[in-house]
Design a protein around this ligand. Structure first.
Ligand SMILES: [Zn+2]
Length: 243
C-alpha cells in the first residue's frame, strides 16, 4: 500500500470511530456526569498524542517545534473567535437552540481538522508512529462522538442522522491529515514546525473545548483523575512501543 493511502485509511478509520460514540445514546441521553467523564477521557488521550508528537521532534529542531506550537494555539484561538464559539456548554442540553447546535458542529469541525493535521504530521515523521497517533485519536473520537451526538439528539436529530453528522463533522480530519502529509513530502524541513503546530493545537483544544465544561459536569477531582489515567495509560503504551 502506498504511504498516502495509509494516511487516508488511518484518518478515515479515526473519523469513522465517531459513529461508535452514538451507540450509548440508544438508551437515552447519558447523565451529565458521564458526558463530563467522556470529555476527560478524550482530553487525556489528546494530551497523550500531543506529548508523543513533541517527543518525536529531534532536539536540534526544538525551536521550530516551539514556534509551531505557539502558531497552533494562535490559529485555533482565532478560528474559534471567528465563528463566535464561546460559551459552548455541553451539559446544558435542555437549553439547546439551533444556533447552539450549529456552533457545536462548527467547533467540532475545527477541533477535528486540527487533529487531522496531527495525524498527517505524525505519518510524515514515521508511518508506524502516525498509526499510533491515529489510534489514540480514533479512541478519543468515540467519547467525543457521544458528546456531539447528545447535542444533535437534543436538537431532535435521529440517532442515524447524529451518526452521519458526527462522522461528516470529523471528515475534515481526513482532508487535513492527507494535506499535511503531502505538504511535508514536498517540504520536509517543515516537519518540526508542523508537529509543534499540531501538539500546541491539541493541548489548546483540551484546555478550551473539553475540560472547562467537564469540570462543571462532574467536579474537578474525578475529571483530573480520568484525564491523568487516560494520559498515563497511553503514555506508557507509547513508551513500550518505542522500546
Ligand atoms: Zn478531540
Amino acid at each position: 500500500m502506498m504511504p498516502w493511502m495509509m494516511v487516508v485509511l488511518a484518518a478515515s478509520a479515526a473519523a469513522g470511530a465517531t459513529a461508535l460514540g452514538i451507540l450509548p445514546l440508544r438508551s437515552g441521553r447519558p447523565a451529565s456526569r458521564w458526558m463530563a467523564w467522556s470529555s476527560a477521557l478524550a482530553g487525556g488521550l489528546m494530551i497523550a498524542a500531543s506529548f508523543a508528537l513533541v517527543e518525536s521532534v529531534p532536539r536540534s529542531t526544538t525551536l521550530q517545534m516551539a514556534l509551531g506550537a505557539v502558531a497552533g494555539i494562535g490559529v485555533l484561538h482565532l478560528a474559534r473567535v471567528a465563528i463566535g464559539a464561546r460559551d459552548i456548554r455541553l451539559h446544558q442540553l435542555d437549553a439547546v437552540t439551533d444556533t447552539y447546535g450549529r456552533n457545536v458542529l462548527r467547533v467540532g469541525m475545527i477541533h477535528a481538522a486540527a487533529e487531522g493535521a496531527a495525524i498527517g504530521a505524525a505519518m510524515a515523521q514515521d508511518i508506524a508512529f502516525g498509526v499510533f497517533v491515529a489510534v489514540a485519536l480514533a479512541l478519543h473520537n468515540v467519547p467525543e462522538g457521544t458528546l456531539l451526538g447528545a447535542v444533535l439528539q437534543a436538537r431532535g436529530a435521529s440517532l442515524q442522522r447524529a451518526a452521519v453528522l458526527g462522522v461528516a463533522a470529523n471528515s475534515g480530519q481526513v482532508i487535513l491529515a492527507l494535506g499535511t502529509y503531502l505538504a511535508l513530502l514536498r517540504w520536509p524541513a517543515g516537519l518540526a514546525l508542523l508537529l509543534g503546530f499540531a501538539a500546541g493545537a491539541l493541548v489548546y483544544l483540551v484546555l478550551v473545548d473539553l475540560l472547562p465544561d467537564a469540570y462543571e459536569g462532574a467536579g474537578a477531582k474525578s475529571i483530573a483523575l480520568t484525564v491523568v489515567l487516560a494520559l498515563w495509560t497511553f503514555g506508557l503504551l507509547h513508551g513500550v512501543l518505542r522500546g
